[in-house]
Every structure is written in C-alpha cells, then in structure tokens.
Ligand binder design. Sequence first.
Ligand code: NAD
Ligand code: UD1
Length: 345
Amino acid sequence: MNKILVTGGAGYIGSHTVVELLAAGYEVVILDNFVNSSDKSLEAIRKVSGKNFDFVKGDVRDSVVLDNIFKAHEIDAVIHFAGLKAVGESVQKPLEYYDNNLISTLHLLEAMKKAGVKKFVFSSSATVYGETEVYPFDESFPIGGTTNPYGTTKYMQELMLKDISATSDLQVITLRYFNPVGAHESGEMGEDPQGIPNNLCPFITQVLVGRRDKLSVFGGDYDTKDGTCIRDYIHVVDLAKGHVCALKKFDSGLRLNENGGYFDAINLGTGKGSSVLDMIAAFEKAAGKKLNYEVVDRRAGDIAVCYAKTDKAREELGFVAEKTVEDMAQDSWRWQSTHPKGFNS
Ligand code: NAD
Ligand code: UD1
C-alpha cells in the first residue's frame, strides 16, 4: 500500500498524521478547504518531515474535486479527518454540522466506490459512547445517546459505515479518539484553535502564554480523587502513529465478510485517566510557572470519568500509546511558547 488520500490533512490531527505517514514511506495527497486551518501547517509538515506531498484545496463535499483526485492519483486508502468538531458550535449550528460531516463522508464513499478504492480509516470519537457511567469505555459497549449534534454526526457516520461495509467490499476501521493533546516535539506544529479554545489543554497554554487571563475549571465536586473530571489524554503523535497501524492492518489479512467488506471500531487512548488538576500540575511544571485558575460550576454535558479500554488496539493494531502526560505538557508548551499566536506567530 502506497498512496493515501488524507482529508483534513492540514488540521491538528491530520497534519501530525501526515508527518508519520511520510516517515513510514507512504505517499500522501491532502484534501483540505482550510475551513479550520491554513497553509502554514502544510509548510510545517514539509519542514518537519523533510518530504513533500500533493495538496488539493477543495471541499470533500465536492464530488468533482473527489473524482479528479481519484483519476489523477492511484489511491490505495483514505484517511478521513475532515469535519467540523466544536461541540458548542454544533449546538448553535446543527445544519452546518450535519451538512459538512455527513455529506462529505457520503460523497467520499461514492467517489471511492466509483474509483474502486476500498480501504477507509475514519476519525471517530469517544463521544459516541454517550453518557455511560461504566469504565473503561469498551468497544463492545452500545453506542449512541450522544448529547450534541457534533457527537451525533460521529455516531451517524459510524452507523453509515457499518451498514455500507456490510453489503459491499468497503473495508472500514473507525478509530475512536479519546482526548488528543500535545504537539510535535520539534515545536514546529501543534494545535491552533480559532477563537476561544473549547478544550482544556489549549486553554491552559493560552493562559500560561498570556493570551488569556484565567482558566475556569468546570466543577470541583465530581466523585473523583480531587473532585475534577477524569479524561484519557493521548499525545497527538501517538494518535498519529495509530493511523499508520490501522493502514498496516488492512494488509494483514482481514477477516472479510462474504462481500469482501469489513468494519471494526477501535479505541485510541492510553487507558489512563488524569484529572483536570493533574493536567494543570503537568503544564505548570512544563512551563515553570503557576497557572491562574478558578474552580467554577460544572459545564453542562460533561461526564465525570472517561477513559479507554486499550486491549483491542493492542491486539488488533499492535498499538500502544507511549507518551506520558509530562510529554504532552512539555511538547504543547514548546509549541505554544515559541508560537504564542499559533501558526500566525
Ligand atoms: P481540525 O479542525 O484541526 O482539522 C479538520 C480539518 O478538516 C481542518 O483542516 C479543516 O479545514 C478540514 N475540513 C473540515 N471540513 C472540510 C471539508 N468539508 N472539506 C475539506 N476540508 C475540511 O480538527 P482535528 O482536531 O484535527 O480533528 C480531525 C478529526 O478528528 C475530526 O473529524 C474530528 O471530529 C475528529 N476528532 C477530533 C478530536 C479532537 O479532540 N481534536 C477528538 C475526537 C475526534
Ligand atoms: C470534548 C467534547 C468531546 C470531544 C472532545 C475532543 C464535550 C462535552 N465533549 O471532550 O465530544 O470529542 O472534546 O474535542 O464538550 N475543562 C475545564 N475548563 C475548560 C475546558 C475544559 O475545566 O476551559 C475540563 C472539562 O470539564 C473536562 C476536561 O477539562 O473535564 C476536558 O475537557 P475538553 O478538553 O473540552 O474535552 P472533553 O469535554 O473531554
């Protein structure tokens, strides 16, 4: 397997994955419309990897763009990162989320079918498990019960992929990410959220670098070791390597169904939970300074504890996350402190 189409390859997880794909010897074509990224991340990929790749600026919902890519390149597999991902925004703009996330996947699958491309890796999320209170989150759990349109688009896409692969030769590995954080250890690329960050770690580094005044810790009265929520933070470079493992899985003799199709869902996490206060301590150590924070009310929709069962990733993909919370904090801080305004610094 050689040439990979990476949709959303200019984004946070996509750009780190492209670096790992190039290092593993794959050729890459990126398709991105920069709705939540810029061409500066492409420059960073070239700099960090020392390698080149093809880039197409366009929308995954555009079937003409897709058909042209599949005509111009012999694509072996697709990794589909492109999508809108802000939970709060999805509540305000559900139509945009259903349109962007569902239509892009449908059009991509149609174009793949036309071109005879069968292998598909999908960016899913731990959010598909909904509000369960049983941990660790196991792939055998029922999914659904999502609490916002973003999460529902991930759930619906998983259902679509399962149904289509059951009756065709489409081969799907859907990867359920836990909480991706960190940055490339070079300090040249990292997370660059537009506007006010929704997620914990970019908010912490923006406070530490002086872009924001104070972190609000959402809830100090959960039934956890220190009262704050527990999450399974995974370094983005580990996560990126998980995608290389998924591609290799396609070549390892999958147990295909009678139509030649395949579907599997696999968690990508560390299996370890860290509290919000654990993360604050790790970032304070990395930055060598205290963080200004205040414990406030709980955020609606948050669950107390979320971490992954990781046995399936190890058994099926040979994947084990290696980097620690300290690595995540150090690498994020290196990126943020040298790029206080992200790629626009
Ligand atoms: P990101 O926003 O940084 O990257 C997504 C990329 O897709 C961006 O470059 C954006 O410009 C592009 N894009 C979006 N819609 C497009 C379209 N219609 N056509 C072409 N390009 C388009 O997000 P990310 O954090 O890298 O996430 C990648 C994927 O992983 C997403 O599907 C996201 O839902 C999923 N995911 C992310 C997280 C997380 O915490 N970051 C967690 C679980 C799952
Ligand atoms: C959120 C999304 C999830 C998505 C994931 C990755 C919700 C309910 N879930 O997960 O669907 O897949 O991001 O994009 O939004 N926190 C603070 N202060 C902050 C920000 C966060 O205390 O300013 C706390 C949260 O309460 C939570 C933890 O930090 O306990 C992590 O939050 P966050 O980074 O937003 O991720 P999740 O909520 O786990």
